[in-house]
Design a protein. Structure first.
Lengths: 275, 324, 528
């Protein structure tokens, strides 16, 4: 724990900036019901109104307050993206480590399955599955998590294999340590930096994937506020010089940049370079 | 675990992977079939939509032999497919090859032009950023690429359209190419979608190149080269980069696959007649032969690119080349 | 100051010269768009100029599209086949009246069961073959025959026999009298093609010949110099592009890549109107949305429940919010102001939470939750309409639960299956067609599974009634019955909004189908 705190304190400026950005967004997400002046789906005024004292960043395509929707969107988008990433990580890491440590037929079987899943374009796959099971939130979470876990699997397997060939793991094996012990105490701690980095990347990717699904009509359904869908709903305005969708898109970028700054820092730690 | 002792093992590896690739494709064809079957409704209902009546739906089904049991239909399709007959689209009876051929060519055209711009730029920028890491240059590039990959694709597309097509009427807002156009006209028509895709893909590749090179820079042999007093540029380009090839090639392969296969959104926004749009349409119309053929083309592209990436990856990682 | 109508009457009676007419109209501050019925065919206020390539960007193209006249399911094929390449026997003009097209004239027996059509002579198909009665019979049978896939099957079911009297005369024998038979023959499915072909090459009689067709993507046609109408088909070339994304369509029009687009984005059309060089065209046709309740399933089998739900909807707010004002309130029946026998004097049902509460209490179901099934596939804004309805009904103490269904397979799995769902109707040019298609007992698309004996009785009687006044009375009664006892809540009729650049000229727009009855390429021109 103290090492963790020490590491945090030694972070460079960019990482601190990133942490700040993420923190602000999380704050907005948590406090949304308190700080939002209007309801999430409340139609308060006319369509695409400009910035005013009533509506701090104007209104959206149905006349709802954009600021409130942005706050609620933070909540929904972050919660769902986090859930999906966490789920995909649990699946991917466990299976990836397993494949790397046990090897043999398990590895072959799992890797082939993943290859097959990955050979299919994700968007189309999601389309087909979501058409069958519907676009409820649980369905979305499970489907995207499953699809994403393939990439996590690949990475964790590669990383675990790199670690596995090291002497200290071999030593632990010779000592008679069991499979789970190996995975948990030898491999996992050493795999943290690239895995955390990947978590960050996947998290951002999920945002954008949901936005893409919403674009095709299959993502989070209205009237739930979700940054990706909000970009889509308001994009008609751009043609006429009204840059409303810039706000939710900017919000996505804001969070993604913040997360990636932290990710960069972790990658830096993982590489072991000094500067 | 790959157990290879000699370079000849590479050939064995390639053959093995090709074999696995074929099995993968077969399993995918099965999965696609099952998947589309599982979707509620069938072609007749999907095509006729609100205009469907029980009689017309039945007539449709009968004409297209949709009333045969699923396994019969699958094997009939498989048999024909292996012999090179991709069948006809159920919805409008045209040969699938016709439907897919020119669209696939279009997708390759777009992917090719984009890759030609994106790959060199990405690799160059990646090397430069690694070279001058943590300088202002590096940070600026980082910020720029970070922002690009943070926006949803369709948003980047819409902004580009708004700026370069609507406000300043330089480029066309839709890329509807057809055979009445010559090569240069087609190139002009696809500038905006190319730009959109290039921005996203370059950013990804650049970051990975930079990360991979930086990773290598922490290795002992680089430290050795440093101590030897070699020039930084030389170290990065001649010593670090070749060793970073593996992950870099991996990323390039993945992005190339994405360019051919994952650009549905861009195709929709720019109304570009590529394969992605066709696949999406066919799924919603339950047009199985078209879904099968395009799905398999996609899968084959992936398999091929992944195979190349894997092989190159293994060749360049000494640890995986030698047994424990 | 005389009104436009009075001036038109004077013009028609020959009491005003065309020049005087135009001057008087301009003095009223109006632009002159004269209906073809008023003037001789060659006189237009702004002269149509021949030439140019018309580029249309349309929503409604799919890779499964075909040139089969029986399967014309969305605007791209409809505009291509009916609006560019082909003709029917009868055409509906801008006034909503049937006028001769491939048929020269027609008459019926007093019982309206037998109809004799005389065909125009000298009409040639694109391949040079002359059109005669055999071609017409073959084209009609395409939709009638055993095992046809045609979506127009229900339309032609009543045709019992088609007899060829001679090379240019046909007799139609119907199962029962139908005074609107010419309207039926104006349907966009019933185009005439050469006999013994499968129509897949697009060879018909129209003003343009098909040059290339890539379903869902692009169609290209060139002017047919042999076209039998001298005052139509003004363009040299017609290019139809399938652009389903509304933003892409809007951009394409704005940047000059297309000349005409359909289905403007309701959110931005007011901005479009302000854009110089663009004209926005509104047509109030037959399109409407219904919330269909299955009258054969409880609780919707109780008319008090149905009335309660009808009183619980705020129609004005629906039109304002969902359609952004581009529409009209509905009166719980499917007949539009554009239909001839629209009963405008039927009292307009208003939003009345008290009456709603009263009816529900009378039915003894005050605490029921009503599930309303909707998806964007039903109509654009259907789910929002459901959400709005929920809030409006809550004021009356009525609980509605909006169930969002997947878009895929909506018409197979939700419509005509779930007890209460959102439905889109393109509407029909005649009351008989509309009522027979969706409200007659046992009709294939009777989504309320309604069976009202008086209504069914009137339906058959009105169909054959040739006396205008009597017919109007019957249809008025029928509209009243649907309004008060039917299974549909019809909150609104939606207007069609299309846009074009200012170079495109047109006459008065027909309201039966979008883009001037799908016939923009055939009727419009580039201004001089």
């Amino acid at each position: 724990m103290s090492t963790a705190i020490k590491t945090l304190l030694s972070a460079p400026i960019s990482a601190r900036l990133g942490m700040g950005m993420v923190f602000i967004t999380l704050l907005a997400a948590l406090l949304a019901p308190v700080i939002a002046p209007y309801g999430e789906t409340e139609i308060a005024a006319d369509v695409w109104m400009p910035v005013s004292s009533d509506h701090w960043i104007g209104t959206d395509n149905l006349g709802r307050d954009l600021f409130s929707r942005l706050m609620y969107g933070a909540r929904n988008t972050i919660a769902i993206a986090f859930l999906i990433t966490a789920l995909s990580f649990v699946i991917g890491v466990v299976l990836g480590f397993l494949a790397a440590t046990v090897g043999g037929w398990t590895d072959q079987f799992l890797s082939r399955c993943v290859d097959i899943l990955m050979a299919f374009p994700t968007l189309i796959f999601a389309l087909m599955v979501l058409s069958v099971v519907g676009t409820s939130i649980p369905a979305l979470v499970v489907v995207i998590a499953l699809l994403d876990s393939t990439r996590v699997y690949r990475l964790s397997r590669a990383v675990a294999m790199d670690i596995e060939v090291m002497e200290f793991v071999e030593a632990a094996r010779l000592r008679g340590e069991g499979l789970w012990w190996l995975m948990r105490h030898e491999i996992l701690p050493n795999a943290m930096p690239p895995l955390v980095a990947e978590f960050g990347l996947r998290f951002c990717f999920v945002f954008l994937f949901i936005a893409a699904l919403s674009f095709l009509g299959l993502g989070i359904q209205p009237p739930t506020a979700d940054w990706g869908s909000m970009v889509r709903e308001n994009s008609g305005a751009i043609t006429f010089g009204i840059y409303t969708p810039l706000w939710p898109a900017g919000a996505i970028a804001f969070l993604t940049v913040g997360v990636n700054l932290i990710v960069d820092w972790f990658l830096h730690i993982a590489s072991g370079l000094e500067d | 675990m790959m157990k290879l002792a000699k370079p000849e093992g590479i050939t064995a590896l390639v053959l093995k992977r090709i074999g696995l690739g074929l099995v993968t494709l077969w399993v995918i064809s099965l999965l696609i079939f099952v998947g589309v079957e599982a979707l509620p409704g069938d072609l007749a209902e999907a095509v006729l939509g609100q205009s469907a009546t029980p009689e017309t739906v039945a007539a449709f089904r009968e004409e297209l032999k949709l009333d045969l049991p699923p396994h019969k239909r699958y094997f009939a399709w498989l048999g024909a497919f292996i012999q090179g007959d991709f069948g006809n689209s159920l919805a409008n009876q045209r040969p699938v090859v016709d439907l897919i051929g020119w669209r696939f060519a279009n997708s390759l055209f777009l992917a090719g032009v984009t890759a030609l711009i994106a790959v060199p730029v990405a690799v160059l920028l990646g090397i430069l950023a690694a070279l001058y890491r943590n300088t202002l240059f590096d940070r600026l590039i980082s910020m720029a690429t970070l922002s690009t990959i943070s926006f949803p694709e369709f948003f980047v597309a819409y902004i580009l359209i708004a700026l370069l097509s609507v406000q300043m009427v330089i480029f066309p807002s839709i890329s509807n190419i057809n055979d009445q156009m010559n090569f240069w006209q087609k190139l002009y028509a696809i500038i905006l979608p190319c730009l959109t895709l290039a921005m996203v893909v370059t950013a990804h590749m650049m970051r990975q190149t930079r990360a991979a090179i930086i990773n290598i820079l922490s290795s002992p042999f680089i430290e050795m080269a440093n101590l030897k007093g070699l020039h930084r540029l030389r170290i990065v380009v001649l010593h670090a980069f070749p060793n970073a090839l593996s992950p870099v090639i991996n990323v390039i392969a993945l992005n190339l696959a994405y360019l051919v296969v994952g650009v549905v959104i861009v195709e929709v926004v720019f109304v570009y007649p590529g394969l992605g749009q066709l696949l999406v349409d066919s799924v919603s119309k339950r047009d199985i032969p078209v879904v099968q053929a395009s799905g398999l083309i996609f899968a084959a592209t992936y398999v091929l690119l992944n195979l190349s990436a894997d092989v190159l990856s293994i060749i360049s990682n000494p640890r995986l080349r030698n047994p424990r | 100051m005389k009104t436009t109508e009075e001036l038109e009457k004077l013009l028609l009676a020959g009491k005003l010269s065309r020049r005087e007419f135009i001057a008087r109209i301009s003095a009223l501050g109006l632009t002159v768009t004269l209906s073809p019925a008023l003037l001789s065919a060659t006189a237009y206020a702004d002269t149509p100029k021949r030439g140019g390539r018309l580029r249309l960007g349309l929503n409604g193209g799919a890779t499964s599209d075909t040139l089969d006249p029986g399967i014309q399911l969305a605007m791209m094929p409809q505009t291509l086949v009916y609006g560019t390449l082909a003709n029917s026997l009868v055409e509906i003009n801008a006034e909503g009246d049937p006028v001769p097209e491939l048929a020269e004239s027609w008459e019926s027996a007093p019982d309206a069961k037998t109809w004799v059509f005389k065909l125009r002579k000298g009409v040639e198909f694109h391949n040079g073959k002359s059109m005669d009665a055999d071609d017409v019979i073959y084209s009609m049978n395409w939709h009638i025959k055993e095992g046809t896939k045609s979506a127009a099957k229900a339309l032609v079911e009543s045709i019992v026999n088609i007899k060829k009297d001679d090379k240019h005369t046909l007799s139609f024998e119907l199962a029962s009298g139908n005074a609107d038979f010419p309207f039926t023959l104006s349907d966009y499915h019933l185009v005439v093609g050469p006999k013994d072909t499968d129509f897949s090459e697009g060879i018909f009689t129209g003003g343009y010949k098909l040059e290339s067709f890539e379903p869902g993507v692009r169609a290209f046609a060139v002017h047919n110099p042999n076209y039998f109408k001298s005052d139509r088909a003004w363009f040299d070339e017609v290019e139809i592009l399938g652009i389903n994304d509304v933003n892409a369509r809007t951009n394409a029009l704005k940047t000059g890549q297309i000349d005409v687009m359909n289905r403007c984005d309701l959110k931005t059309v007011h901005l479009f109107k302000r854009t110089p060089g663009i004209q926005v065209m509104r047509q109030d046709g037959y399109k409407h949305f219904t919330f269909a309740m299955r009258t054969d399933i409880a609780p919707y089998d109780n008319n008090d429940v149905r009335l309660a739900l009808k009183y619980a909807v705020d129609r004005e707010q629906m039109v304002k919010t969902i359609l952004r004002g581009y529409g009209r309130v509905g009166n719980d029946h499917p007949i539009s102001v554009a239909n001839r026998y629209h009963a405008g004097d039927l009292p307009q049902r208003q939003y009345d939470p008290d009456k709603a509460k009263f009816h529900l209490k009378k039915a003894g179901l005050a605490d029921t939750t009503f599930k309303f099934h909707a998806a964007e596939a039903a109509f654009k804004g259907a789910v929002d309409a459901g959400a709005l309805y929920k809030e409006q009904a809550a004021q009356a103490g009525i609980t509605i639960d909006v169930v969002r269904e997947p878009n895929d397979g909506y018409w197979s799995n939700v419509w005509m299956k779930k007890p209460w769902c959102a439905v889109f109707w393109g509407g029909r040019p005649t009351e008989d067609m509309m009522f027979s298609t969706a409200y007659a007992k046992g009709a294939a698309w009777n989504d309320t599974f309604w069976d009202h004996s008086r209504f069914n009785e009137l339906l058959v009687a009105a169909r054959a009634e040739l006396d205008e006044k009597k017919r109007a009375e019957m249809y008025k009664e029928m509209q009243g019955i649907v309004r008060d006892e039917g299974g549909v809540v019809v909150p609104m009729f939606s207007a069609d909004l299309s846009a074009a650049n200012d170079k495109v000229g047109h006459g008065k727009l027909a309201a039966n189908w979008e883009l001037d009855g799908f016939r923009a390429p055939e009727r419009w021109w580039f201004k001089s």
